[in-house]
Design a protein around this ligand. Structure first.
Ligand SMILES: [Zn+2]
Length: 170
């Protein structure tokens, strides 16, 4: 059965898509402290945010921005942090498009998650064909990817993170 807590980041344990199991009080805090490193590693970080792939959902180019501090809402960050966040979003979009991973992004940030994070979700043709277009299908696509991604595809997803890292940090 699908675990809603995991999808929104309120879970107490998680198995990443390479099979590593982690237990924690707050997943966002552990990623923020780099006690948990999502498969493929960290793309970019500043004092306030970490940009990496999603640990649980194997989807090519799916990136998550996690706050380093345990905050819940965008309005809890300083103006400077908010500015830096938008820079990360902006650069992520540019890199994902430049690498040809997607032509169209969906951004998701839910305050019902206790730890601030933002999804940078790259829409791809197969998703539209299989599910449809738009935010309503993001959950179904994630669930499908979690259950159906092959080991070869997972390796390709990690290779893609490497390419994103290189391009992002040029
Ligand atoms: Zn936290």
């Amino acid at each position: 059965m699908e675990n809603v807590d995991n999808l929104i980041g309120n879970s107490k344990s998680m198995k990443d898509f390479m099979g590593n199991t982690y237990y924690y009080d707050c997943l966002g805090c552990e990623i923020g402290k780099k006690n948990i490193i999502p498969p493929g590693g960290i793309v970019y970080e500043d004092e306030s945010f970490v940009l990496a792939g999603d640990p649980e959902i194997p989807l090519k180019g799916f990136l998550i921005i996690s706050a380093k501090q345990h905050k819940n809402s965008l309005i809890e960050f300083t103006a400077n942090e908010q500015h830096n966040l938008i820079d990360i979003v902006n650069k992520s979009i540019m890199v994902l498009k430049k690498l040809g991973i997607t032509n169209e992004l969906t951004l998701v940030q839910e305050e019902r998650s206790k730890h601030f994070h933002m999804w940078i979700f790259p829409n791809q043709e197969w998703m539209t064909e299989k599910f449809g277009k738009g935010v309503a299908y993001v959950r179904d696509i994630c669930e499908y990817a979690r259950k159906n991604t092959t080991e070869d595809e997972k390796r390709e997803i990690i290779n893609t993170i490497e390419k994103i890292k290189v391009e992002y940090n040029k």
